[in-house]
Design a binder for this molecule. Structure first.
Ligand SMILES: [Zn+2]
Length: 165
């Protein structure tokens, strides 16, 4: 074997690069498109953009839904109105995500906490910011935090999270 057959680090190797950020395919985007021509629950996102957490309630049978609906799952009526939800609640259950977060969602941010948050009228699942698993206990008070979604569309999008009070 001669020097030219070896790959001992002295040879001129071609350098290739791996992008720091892989552009996120649209189908792997966790977040829904939020405008009127893309979703019939756009009012939920419009309200959230204004800092209000809302959901739909059926005018026929009074059923409160979460997530918001376009048809009432209780009575199949479609006469729904948006009503405000409390912005404060308590941890009903929580867990820590340490890996395997969806591409583009939070894969650079693990570990993070996800929880079922009891708001009273509804219990919803959400990410808990500004807290680590070991800091939290069931029943801890949390409050709404609205975040802006960065990419992969040009659209301005928002989503809800919670944070300890
Ligand atoms: Zn109904």
């Amino acid at each position: 074997m001669t020097d030219s057959d070896t790959n001992d680090g002295d040879t001129d190797r071609e350098r290739v690069s791996v992008p720091d950020e892989v552009e996120l395919p649209r189908l792997l985007d966790f977040y829904e498109l939020q405008t009127e021509d893309q979703t019939r629950i756009h009012e939920f996102y419009d309200n959230l953009r204004d800092g209000r957490l809302t959901t739909t309630q059926c005018r026929d049978c009074d059923e409160l839904h979460f997530p918001p609906r376009i048809v009432c799952p209780e009575c199949t009526g479609d006469d729904l109105e948006y009503v405000d939800l409390p912005h404060e609640g308590e941890l009903f259950a929580f867990s820590e995500v340490r890996g395997g977060a969806p591409l583009g969602l939070s894969e650079h941010e693990v570990p993070f906490v996800v929880a079922a948050v009891d708001l009273g009228p509804v219990t919803l699942s959400a990410r808990i910011d500004d807290a680590s698993y070991g800091d939290l206990e069931i029943g801890d008070p949390v409050s709404l935090k609205v975040v802006e979604i960065d990419g992969p569309t040009d659209e301005e999008r928002v989503f809800y999270r919670f944070e300890p009070q």
